[in-house]
Design a protein around this ligand. Structure first.
Ligand code: ACO
Length: 399
């Protein structure tokens, strides 16, 4: 049983440091109690789209970072750590923390609006919404994508989530590309979003200094190929290669032990802090620097390119030392590596789409560029892909 008069919770500690109160009910609880009336489905459009092969491209991107900045110096006021240690070991200087009103779906919705604006599209254009996350609004269901679908008013869209931890967005790229290339869907909103601060044990300095909250989104769409033949290798734009991998033998290196079917929530699991992220940092580090370079090299070769053809490396932003090790192992030039882990920390499935979007905003990613993306993390899972970047038809910068 839970002892009476226990120490302040981790969220209380964080709230104290941020000068906020913690509202546990959140907006979702209120929505869930409202009565539901099924809506009528949109009539069929009669468009000839289904079943014919299509050339795929990324047509827009958006990002959202919570306003609240938590610097290393702020952290050091309530965690036994220092700015020097965090900078030297990870390259992180600060991260964003969601407000108590924000959830993974609200971060996603903001990023999605930016992606739609840059693509010059509306929610009615969406056939499917995919959210890559392991920090959903609810404890299992509904999925985040359905909450986003409703909030956007994307009335024609299906919705599901992908959980491949920090590799999630790269897995999502593969799923979305396949659905559009095959002609099963025309336009997909693909989001990577995490509210990791709710899964952090602020008493555990080996993990809580590493992560942050945020969301990034892209629009994936297609055009019918002139010949009607599928190549899955578009002449311009889209995914040129994809490598996905997993090694469940390493699952215990990075996990949230409790809250699922293996260890359902209980007073004991909560008191043992097992509903927070646990990580063997050294194992994950070794895994990242040995597996990710090989996956990236394979993705580059499968695209028919060499490392010198890659204009930008957008690797998962977990640790600047890992990014540097991967780029060096590939023989790539460091000035082509995109880094924002210093400002946002590790945002898991959100890190690659946030970085892609920021690279576009900064003019570092232009139409025709070949960009290598890679994710790695819980599972253990990894993924790497080469994308040829496409022009956007809408606003160049929705912010
Ligand atoms: N502040 C100060 N000291 C600390 C902190 C901290 N925040 N954390 C650990 N230390 C101490 C340790 O206790 C240890 O002290 P000791 O030598 O007296 O025992 C010392 O610092 C060194 O600790 P190490 O764990 O050896 O540090 P290391 O150099 O391995 O760096 C790190 C740790 C940054 C976590 C590194 O291992 C790493 O980056 N791992 C990969 C993490 C990662 O990328 N995870 C996410 C994957 S993505 C996903 O799916 C969620």
């Amino acid at each position: 049983m839970r002892p009476e008069g226990s120490a302040p919770s981790a969220r209380d500690l964080l709230a104290l440091s941020l000068g906020t109160t913690v509202d546990n009910a959140g907006p979702g609880a209120e929505e869930a109690s409202q009565s539901f009336r099924p809506r009528r489905l949109s009539p069929p459009t009669g468009e000839r789209w289904h079943g014919t092969p299509h050339q795929v491209r990324i047509a827009g991107c958006g990002k959202y970072l919570p306003e609240r900045v938590l610097t290393n110096h702020d952290l050091a006021t309530f965690v036994d750590t220092t700015d020097e240690w965090i900078r030297a070991r990870t390259g992180i200087q600060e991260r964003r923390i969601a407000s108590t009103e924000e959830t993974t779906s609200s971060l996603s919705i903001n990023a999605a609006r930016g992606a739609l604006a840059t693509a010059g599209l509306t929610p009615d254009d969406l056939d499917l919404i995919i959210v890559c996350t392991f920090t959903g609004d609810y404890g299992g269901m509904p999925n985040v994508a359905s909450v986003v679908q409703h909030a956007l008013g994307a009335n024609r869209a299906g919705a599901f989530d992908i959980n491949a931890a920090c590799s999630g967005f790269v897995y999502g790229l593969g799923v979305a590309h396949g659905l559009v290339a095959s002609g099963l869907h025309r336009t997909i909103l693909l989001i990577g979003a995490e509210t990791l601060s709710r899964y952090l044990d602020w008493h555990d300095r080996t993990t809580c200094v590493l992560f942050g909250d945020g969301a990034g989104a892209v629009i994936i769409t297609g055009e019918a190929t002139a010949t009607g033949t599928s190549t899955n290798r578009p002449q311009s734009g889209g995914l040129m290669s994809l490598v996905l991998g997993a090694d469940g033998a390493g699952a215990n290196a990075l996990l949230v032990p409790a809250g699922g079917t293996r260890l359902p929530p209980s007073y004991e699991s909560i008191d043992a802090r097992q509903h927070f992220i646990k990580m063997d940092g050294k194992d994950v580090y070794r895994f990242a620097v040995s597996t990710v370079p090989d996956a990236c090299a394979e993705a580059i070769a499968n695209a028919g390119l060499t490392v010198d053809d890659i204009d930008l490396f957008v690797l998962h932003q977990a640790n600047v030392r890992i990014i540097r090790a991967v780029v060096e192992a590939l023989g790539g030039s460091w000035d082509r590596a995109f880094v924002n882990v210093d400002r946002y920390g590790n945002t898991s499935a959100a890190s690659v789409p946030i970085a892609l979007c920021e690279a576009v905003e900064m003019g570092r990613l232009k139409p025709g560029d070949r960009v290598l993306v890679a994710g790695f993390g819980g599972g253990l899972t990894w993924g790497a892909a080469v994308i040829e970047w496409s022009p956007f038809a809408g606003l160049t910068n929705p912010d």
